[in-house]
Design a binder for this molecule. Sequence first.
Ligand SMILES: C[S@@+](CC[C@H](N)C(=O)[O-])C[C@H]1O[C@@H](n2cnc3c(N)ncnc32)[C@H](O)[C@@H]1O
Length: 213
Amino acid sequence: MTTSAVDTDQLRFWRGEFGRSYIERNPASAEHLGARVALWAKILERLINPPPKSILEVGANIGNNIRALRTMSGAEMYAVEPIPEARQALVSQGVLDADKVFDACAAKIPLADGAVDLAFTSGVLIHIHPDQLLQSCREIYRVARRYIVCIEYFSDKPEMIPYRGHADRLFKRDFGGFYLDNFPDLQVVDYGFAWKRVTGIDNATWWAFAKPE
Ligand SMILES: C[S@@+](CC[C@H](N)C(=O)[O-])C[C@H]1O[C@@H](n2cnc3c(N)ncnc32)[C@H](O)[C@@H]1O
């Protein structure tokens, strides 16, 4: 595993007790994975021309998205994840080989420009302080060759909301608009909403963008 350290209050929070309890609350259960499979089936059917041959999840945790993606894609998969216990689970549970798992964060991704066909976040940009958000999206844009997917909580205007009783740990906004405003060459491939009542996904909005060649 490669290390690329950046430190913020938010990252310290995830690397500590909160991150460990998050892992316990969110196991790779059949229920969790089924919901991800259904969501990714919808997203991937829009990314077929050509389909991604390599995929990076930024903030993968124990790999619930990667496990779901494996059921429908033969792409080479990679993960960036700051929590040591989550990286350990990715490797020990056979989700990824150790050389595909990076001890890093979105603001400094230890991969070359255009290293993967698709780079994505799922419930991760919401946990990045607004001061670090543009740098983080720049990195995701830089390493993605063809596609960017963003699955996050939506709000019309940027707002901080308490996260399990903690201030400054969850920031909602129109992340799709943020990408388009800062990377105007991105093309909208599709977007959608995963309504919790029927999908089991926590009311997340998703966007899929294509990067021109
Ligand atoms: C809410 S969990 C989502 C996990 C996973 N993406 C999923 O959808 O199941 C947030 C994850 O993002 C990671 N994370 C937090 N800040 C990050 C950052 N700045 N860069 C990369 N990952 C980060 C956390 O360690 C945690 O694993």
